[in-house]
Every structure is written in C-alpha cells, then in structure tokens.
Design a protein around this ligand. Structure first.
Ligand SMILES: Nc1nc2c(c(=O)[nH]1)N[C@H]1C(S)=C(S)[C@@H](COP(=O)(O)OP(=O)(O)OC[C@H]3O[C@@H](n4cnc5c(=O)[nH]c(N)nc54)[C@H](O)[C@@H]3O)O[C@H]1N2
Ligand SMILES: Nc1nc2c(c(=O)[nH]1)N[C@H]1C(S)=C(S)[C@@H](COP(=O)(O)OP(=O)(O)OC[C@H]3O[C@@H](n4cnc5c(=O)[nH]c(N)nc54)[C@H](O)[C@@H]3O)O[C@H]1N2
Ligand code: SF4
Ligand SMILES: [Mo]
Length: 710
C-alpha cells in the first residue's frame, strides 16, 4: 500500500488528489489532497469514484474493429495499419478536406491529447472540428471583432464586483474568468474581502444563492439585459471616460444602438424588474471600480449568442476593467511565460472573415476550426470535399452534438470512423475502429490546460504515471496514436514548433517537455517540485508597460453588431412568446449536475444511484397549470422531436422555463428504458433552424418546448 500525489482529469478542475495504490498495483481509492495549494482538499463525487473509471466494466480494454453489427478485438499496430491505409485512400481519392479530426472535452484528461489531434490534422491538411463550436464559439467571435486587452481583465480575487451571466462554476468547476479549483472556497474568500456579485441566470443557481443582485431573465434575452446595462451606464456617465477616450472606438454608435433598451423595455422583454437592472448597473459601474464580467455557456447557447456575448464584454470595456499600466499580471505564468504587455488593446483582427467559409451553409471558421454544427451536413452533402473519414478523440459527438438523429445518420454514412475512447459510448457503437487510451494515473501529465484557461496565480502540477494499465489490456499513449498515424502517412508531426523524430516514438515526458518549452520554470524543476501541485511565488512579477502607441482600439459597435442588435430589437421578445396560448409555451435550458460531465461518468456508482435518469425540472406554478406533479411521467416536445421524462418540482427555475441535464439517453434507434438511461435533450434541438448564421451555432438554450402527461 502506498499513497502518491496526482491530480484528477475528469474535468478541467484538475483537483489535487492523494491516490492510494494497493499491493496489487491498482488504485484502491483517492481523496482530495488537503496540501494541494490550489484545490485545497476539494474533489467532487466524480473524482472520488475514479477507481470505477479505471476498473469498471464499461472500460474498453483492447482496440476494436467493427465487423457488421458486431466487433472483433485486434492488436493496436494492426488497427493503426488499417486506419492509416484508409486515410491514405481517402486522401488520394478526395484530398485532405475529406478527412476530419474531432476533439472533445475528454482530451482535457490528457494534456498531450489536447494537442495531438490538431497537430495531426495540420500535418495531414485535414479539417479540424471540436466541441468549442457547440459550446462557447461566441467568445472566439467576440475576441475577433471587439479586440482584446493583452494584460487581461481584472482578476476575480481582489475585485469589488463581478457580473456572472449564464455560468454556474460552483457546479461546473469551469469559468474563463474565475478561479475554478475549489470554487466555493475561492468565492467565500472573495466575498469575505468585500466582493459583490451580480448573477444573470433564469434559474436561482448555486451561484445565484450568493448574489447581491440576481437578474432572473428569460433565456435568450441576454442581449436586452446587457444593452440595458450599457444604456443605464452611459446615460448616467458611469463609464470610464478617460479609458474610453484612449482605447475605445464607436462609443457614440454604441450609445445610439442601445438607446431603445431603456430599463422599462428590458424589464418587459426579459421578465425582470427595471429597478434591479438599474441597481446592477449602479453597483457595477458607479459603486465599484474593480471587477468585470464573466459569461458561460448559458449566454453562448441561447439565441443571438454573438450579440449577447459582445455586449456583456463591452460592459467591462467601457468601464475599463483591465489590468493597467504599472500593475503586475495576476499570473506571470509557469508553463506559459508571459511577456510584459503594453497597456493598450489589440484591435479586432476579424480573422473569421479571412478564412474560406465552409462548403455547406457558408459558416465561418474560427481559430482555424470548422463549425461542428455543420459536420453532419459536411458528411451527408455530396460533392468535392465531402467529409468521408472522421477521427475522434475524447468526444462522444453521437450524443453531444445536437440533433443526434441527423448526426448518427451522418456517422453511419462515413467510409471511416475512428474513435480514441476509454469507455463504451454511443460513438463507440458506430465506430469502425476504437482505440482505447491510457487514462488518469496511467500516464504522465501537467496542468497545462488549467493554466491556459483560468489559473489566476502561478500554479502548476506534474504527475508521473503511477500505475500500469489493467492486466490483459492493450492501451495506447495518445501521443503515440497521432505520431504513428503521421508516420504511416509519411508525414512529420510537429508539437509547438518542434518537428518530432519520426523514427523513435515520443514519450509522454518528451511531449510534455515541449509543452513546457516556453515555461518560466524549467520542466525538470516542475517535475521535481510540483508533484503535489505548487504555487511558484519566486517567479518575477510581470508589470504592464505604458502604451506603445501602436495599439489598436476596442470596436464597440461595428456594423455587423449594429445589424444584429437591430434584428434582435425587431424579433419577438421571449416574454411575449412564452406561456399559455403558444404551441410551445415553455423554454428548455441546460442543467449541469455534479454527478455527470456531459455524457461522461453516467455509469459511476453515485450517478447510477442518484441520477440514473434526467428529470424534467419545472416550477410548481407551471406544473399546476399543466396538471402535473412531482414524479409524474411526461412527454417533452419541440419542433424537432419528442422525448419521455419524469417531472421534478423545482422552485429555483423562473416560471416559464424548464431544465433537463444533457448527455443522457442512448444511441438513437436503439431501445432503452428512460428510468435506466434518461432521455437525450439533443433530440429537441435542430441543427438547421434557429442557428446563429455566422458560425451555425444552434439554439441549445431557450428551446421552445411543450410538456404533457405521458
Ligand atoms: N443539449 C445540450 N447539448 C450539449 C451541451 C448542453 O449544454 N446542452 N453542452 C455541450 C458542451 S459545452 C460540450 S463541450 C459538448 C461535450 O461533448 P463531448 O466532449 O463529445 O462530450 P463528453 O461526454 O464530455 O465526451 C468526452 C469523452 O472523452 C472520453 N474520455 C475521458 N477521458 C479521456 C482521455 O483521457 N482520453 C480520451 N481520448 N478520451 C477520454 C469520455 O469517456 C467521453 O466519452 O456537449 C455539448 N452538448
Ligand atoms: N458536473 C459537470 N461539470 C461540467 C460539465 C458537466 O456536464 N457536468 N460540463 C463541462 C463543460 S463541457 C462546460 S463547457 C462547462 C460549462 O460551464 P457553465 O457555463 O458554468 O455551465 P452551466 O453550469 O450549465 O451554467 C450555465 C448557466 O446558464 C444558465 N442559462 C441557460 N440559458 C441562459 C440564458 O439564455 N441566459 C443566461 N444568462 N443564462 C442562461 C443556466 O441556468 C445555467 O445556470 O462545464 C464543465 N463542467
Ligand atoms: S471537480 Fe471533480 S471531476 Fe473535476 S477535477 Fe475535481 S474531482 Fe475531478
Ligand atoms: Mo463544453
């Protein structure tokens, strides 16, 4: 028996763990590491059950090849030979655009894997897809057309005020703008130091419980609320005039476009109180000087995501809520050494206008990625460049992409479907080849993903591989899969600008050392000193420099945004299309729960016990009107499909809104029992209608639905 330090990789929290390893060399149990300086003992229920992930009966132990409706196990090298031969055939016949590489949230589980698929796509010339374009693609659009401040926004810790819209980090352990490790502790510390919180969410969430002001809006009305906040700020002169003068372009256009969004108009549209809106604007812009805005999936999955996201960001911009000249960066960077930035914006690059648009639907490419909502159509639409081969890593798109009926139909039409995946999933059921990878404590890793995402202090953790893969298994290193496919195709794989030696397979440690090539702390020192997680407080401060004079300006009302805000103003407000007398009187929103992560961890013991199926949560007032009560069986229908559910009464929801957790159900077309596996809300969402035209983002929140007794 021995106890080793490591970290969980089931979500981006990367909580520090004490891992107890038995004499049989297997992980016996884990617990939160109280000595870890970032997560400070926290680990959620999923993390505590990782032995199930490693040794449960849903783990795939050996590579598979599909034969008809069944599969056979084959050696890894044979699988890689056959996959490479099929890739080559597609490349020869149709060119690189016919190969697509899809990366999902499971690659957060391995910081080598995060880069393997994009790097492989690049060396082959194939199309890159990821879950980002069914998640928070609006954030990429906004960076590209508003501009950015290289020194970053005000950090959460030390702020007087924070506005959080459409995010619930206390459950999701995920937010771009708030430290997420042990989020409750961080929140309580910040509150004790005087932080005031504004939460904008249709549900009184775990986060909203802590809010000083909670604006409980209808989903899809964020653009109205954000425009209303800007309207009140500008009307009262609460903006940072000096900052706007120096760094903002288009303020007068902004003032003009938000003029119609008076508190009364916004209150009526969004179903909130006009006084609360004004109070929120006052608290944020007039009564506080430090603190900014953070948004989550709620904003980016509802209608008008680009507009709403950009207006929220604009609130921080006009109030100048950025790390300024002479101030130190909150995180000088451990793995990603930060250069001293100048105190000025980088103006909008509008790169999305420069890349060729997609073959179908004309969707833009963001950060070099094709739009995932168009993937099914890319496969189903004949013609040159049709996607014929799809290689997936760390994702379960047969369930996670909305409109799974269409997605599954498309996946069945592929000539080659490969998935690198440790567990039985819907996508595995469809795959021609399945390669199971080493996971968690079976491979070395770094907390690179955490630092790249939200780490607001100089923290890093390294873990070596602690245990061997289970006996009798043949599991792949994810870096090796990408390397050996590239090698078989006669290509050279590049990691962070370094061409790999294509004769000797790279070790995980070598790939991690490339990841740390620009680190402030040498990789060898991180390996030695950060095994239990460490805050490197000896890294010199990085101070923000004076403006160089060559900076750009934030564009707060470009023409495309103006067109969007006018279209939004002309569209029917949700408050007038919700409720009795409408064909679909209710609005469905997402509901993340601690027991599962998207389609993952569904088979862990606690999830099976507490959350085997996903109930339809609704406010008692709505249930009374529907003649339904807690525990009743019901149907939920949208204009795209119908799913079974069981009702759960929930007073935290805004009346008119219902919620269900996504990632449940099973493969479309296969029989299963709702009480065993729940329902897939993906079936309610359309990939064709109600999409944001620019990047084809479907309406995944605020979906109009009807609920009836079953
Ligand atoms: N209706 C609706 N649909 C949604 C959402 C919603 O809110 N509502 N949310 C959307 C969002 S935000 C996202 S990001 C997507 C998520 O979409 P996906 O990323 O496709 O969903 P996950 O279930 O997280 O899939 C991760 C997969 O990686 C596997 N995995 C775990 N560890 C490893 C590893 O170490 N290596 C590899 N290779 N694989 C591993 C897991 O077993 C799992 O099958 O779903 C989206 N779908
Ligand atoms: N336990 C668990 N953790 C997870 C995941 C999981 O599935 N389970 N998924 C992971 C992934 S892939 C991601 S991307 C992150 C997401 O992390 P978050 O963005 O924090 O996701 P949620 O917790 O779903 O919070 C979204 C909030 O938006 C609200 N909302 C819905 N519609 C609207 C709207 O129109 N406007 C506004 N203002 N709010 C709205 C919802 O009520 C909800 O409270 O979480 C990650 N962490
Ligand atoms: S929050 Fe839970 S699943 Fe995420 S890293 Fe921590 S223990 Fe793992
Ligand atoms: Mo996500």
């Amino acid at each position: 028996m021995r106890v080793e330090k490591s970290f969980c990789r089931l979500c981006l929290g990367m909580c520090g763990l004490d891992v107890t390893i038995g004499d049989d060399g297997r992980v016996a149990s884990v617990r939160g590491d109280h000595d870890n300086p970032a997560s400070q003992g926290y680990a959620c229920i999923k993390g505590l059950e990782v032995p199930t992930a490693l040794y449960g009966d849903k783990r795939i132990m050996r590579p598979r090849k599909r034969v008809g409706d069944s599969y056979v196990e084959i050696p890894l090298e044979q699988a890689l030979d056959e996959i490479a031969a099929k890739m080559q055939m597609i490349l020869d016949e149709d060119g690189p655009q016919s190969l697509a590489f899809f990366r999902g949230t499971g690659t957060f589980g391995s910081n080598v894997a995060i880069f393997s698929w994009p790097n492989l796509a690049e060396c082959v010339g194939g199309q890159k897809f990821s879950t980002m374009t069914i998640d928070q693609s609006a954030k990429w659009v906004v960076q590209d057309r508003l501009g950015t401040w290289p020194a970053g926004k005000h950090p959460f810790m030390g702020s007087e005020v924070f506005l959080l819209a459409g995010t619930n980090p206390l459950v999701s352990v995920y937010c771009w703008d708030m430290p997420v490790q042990n989020p409750m502790k961080k929140l309580k510390e910040a509150r004790a130091n005087g932080l005031k919180l504004i939460v904008i969410d249709p549900r009184k969430t775990e986060m909203a419980e802590f809010a000083d002001i909670h604006l409980q809006l209808y989903p899809g009305e964020d653009a109205a609320v954000a425009a209303g906040l800007i309207h009140v700020i500008l009307a009262n002169g609460w903006e940072d005039k000096e900052f706007c003068e120096a760094h903002v372009h288009g303020l007068e256009q902004l003032r003009r476009e938000v003029a119609p969004f008076t508190p009364e108009v916004v209150a009526e549209r969004a179903g909130i109180d006009a006084d609360d809106l004004v109070a929120a604007a006052r608290l944020f812009a007039h009564e506080s000087k430090r603190g900014t805005v953070g948004t989550g999936t709620g904003v980016d999955m509802a209608p008008f995501p680009n507009l709403a996201e950009q207006l929220y960001e604009t609130i921080g911009v006009i109030c100048g809520r950025f790390v300024r000249e002479g101030e130190p960066l909150p995180n000088p960077g451990v793995l990603i050494a930060r250069q001293p930035p100048h105190a000025e914006p980088v103006g909008p690059a509008r790169n999305f206008e420069k890349m060729p648009r997609s073959r179908v639907r004309g969707a833009v490419r963001l950060m070099g990625e094709s739009a995932t909502p168009t993937l099914a159509e890319e496969i189903l639409t004949p013609g040159k460049g049709r996607v014929r081969g799809l290689l997936i890593s760390g994702a379960n798109p047969a369930s996670a992409i909305p409109d799974s009926r269409k997605v599954v139909e498309a996946f069945r039409a592929l000539d080659l479907l490969v998935v690198v995946e440790p567990f039985e999933t819907e996508t595995v059921k469809l795959a021609d080849y399945v390669i199971p990878p080493k996971i968690l404590f079976e491979h070395a890793d770094l907390t690179f993903g955490l630092e790249a995402n939200s780490m607001q202090f100089p923290y890093s953790q390294y873990t070596a591989a602690l245990v061997d893969p289970p006996e009798g298994s043949e599991l792949a290193d994810e870096g090796y899969v990408a390397w050996s496919l590239a090698k078989r195709l006669g290509k050279t794989l590049t990691y962070f600008g370094t061409d790999l030696d294509m004769e000797t397979p790279p070790s995980d440690d070598y790939l991690l050392s490339l990841l740390a090539a620009n680190a402030n702390v040498p990789f060898e020192r991180i390996k030695q000193e950060a095994v239990g997680g460490r805050i490197f407080d000896d890294i010199p401060e990085v101070l923000v420099l004076p403006p160089s004079g060559n900076g750009g300006k934030f564009e707060v009302m470009p023409d495309d945004l103006a067109a969007e805000i006018r279209a939004f103003a002309a569209a029917s407000p949700v408050s007038r299309t919700v409720g009795e007398g409408n064909e679909y009187p209710l609005r469905m929103i997402s509901r993340r729960i601690r027991e599962v992560s998207n389609t993952s961890c569904r088979d862990f013991p606690t999830a099976r016990k507490r959350a085997a199926y996903n109930p339809l949560c609704a406010h008692p007032a709505d249930l009374a009107r529907l003649g339904l009560s807690d525990g009743d069986a019901c149907w939920v229908s949208s204009d795209n499909g119908q799913i079974p559910a069981i009702v759960r009464e929930d007073e935290t929801l805004k009346p008119g809104c219902v919620s269900m957790t996504h990632g449940y159900g099973w493969l479309v077309g296969e029989d299963f029992d709702y009480e065993e596996r729940g329902s897939s809300i993906s079936l309610l969402v359309s990939l064709d209608r109600d999409c944001e035209p620019l990047q084809a983002m479907p309406r995944m929140s605020g979906v109009p639905v009807r609920v009836e007794a079953r």
